[in-house]
Write a protein that binds this ligand. Structure first.
Ligand SMILES: Nc1nc2c(c(=O)[nH]1)N[C@H]1C(S)=C(S)[C@@H](COP(=O)(O)O)O[C@H]1N2
Ligand SMILES: [Mo]
Length: 188
């Protein structure tokens, strides 16, 4: 447990099995091939830090987290998307998913976090790897991330299919899908 930091997610905390863990980038990659890292390979990628709050849509936000991990920009550089890619789907254990516009994923503050306040993430906060998208609501910051799918059109993720806003900008209070303006969501 991390004192003062509530845990918020749907479903059980997955068990980490290092020998089965891999991080995959797939979909519309520039080369047409999937990119895969096993746990040891992923642990060799360079680390950066970001200090940010976590805006939960339904509860109080938690503030001032220091995250350290692999910049999303590093993943984009190592596994480039095809030019037609506009969105990504973040995939996590148990099929949890969250969609992002490519430019939200590519933000210089978006991180695949491995550490929090100088310590390894705890299981309930996403160990071994979670996404952190500081400028969007917390449900976009998927815990227990296992892959990124490059997409040439938008598609809703887990909560976005269940009534949450497709984009989820807390500055604009984009909480629910009924608040979406034309162009905020996929063409359905
Ligand atoms: N895999 C997964 N990731 C998830 C969720 C979830 O249900 N499953 N919940 C999200 C929500 S709604 C929030 S607010 C944050 C909370 O992160 P924390 O538990 O580390 O505070 O995790 C996000 N990541
Ligand atoms: Mo949340």
């Amino acid at each position: 447990m991390v004192p003062g930091w509530p845990v918020r997610h749907y479903g059980p905390v997955p068990k980490f099995r290092p020998e089965r863990w891999e991080f995959r980038v797939f979909g519309a990659t520039a080369s047409g091939d999937k990119h895969c890292w096993n746990f040891e390979e992923f642990a060799e990628l360079p680390l950066t830090s970001v200090t940010a709050d976590l805006h939960c849509v339904s509860r109080k936000s938690s503030t001032d987290h220091e995250w350290m991990g692999v910049a999303a920009a590093t993943v984009l550089a190592l596994a480039p998307p095809a030019p037609a890619v506009t969105h990504v789907m973040i995939w996590a254990e148990y099929g949890y998913s969250a969609n992002l516009r490519l430019h939200d994923f590519a933000s210089d503050r978006t991180l695949l976090a491995r550490y929090h306040n100088g310590e390894a993430l705890t299981p309930e906060h996403g160990f071994p790897l979670r996404l952190v998208v500081p400028h969007l609501y917390g449900w976009k910051s998927a815990k227990w991330v296992r892959g990124i799918e490059y997409m040439t059109q938008d598609r809703r993720g887990f909560w976005e299919e269940r009534g949450y806003h497709n984009i989820g900008d807390p500055g604009r209070e984009q909480r629910y899908s009924y608040q979406e303006e034309p162009g905020d969501g996929p063409i359905e």
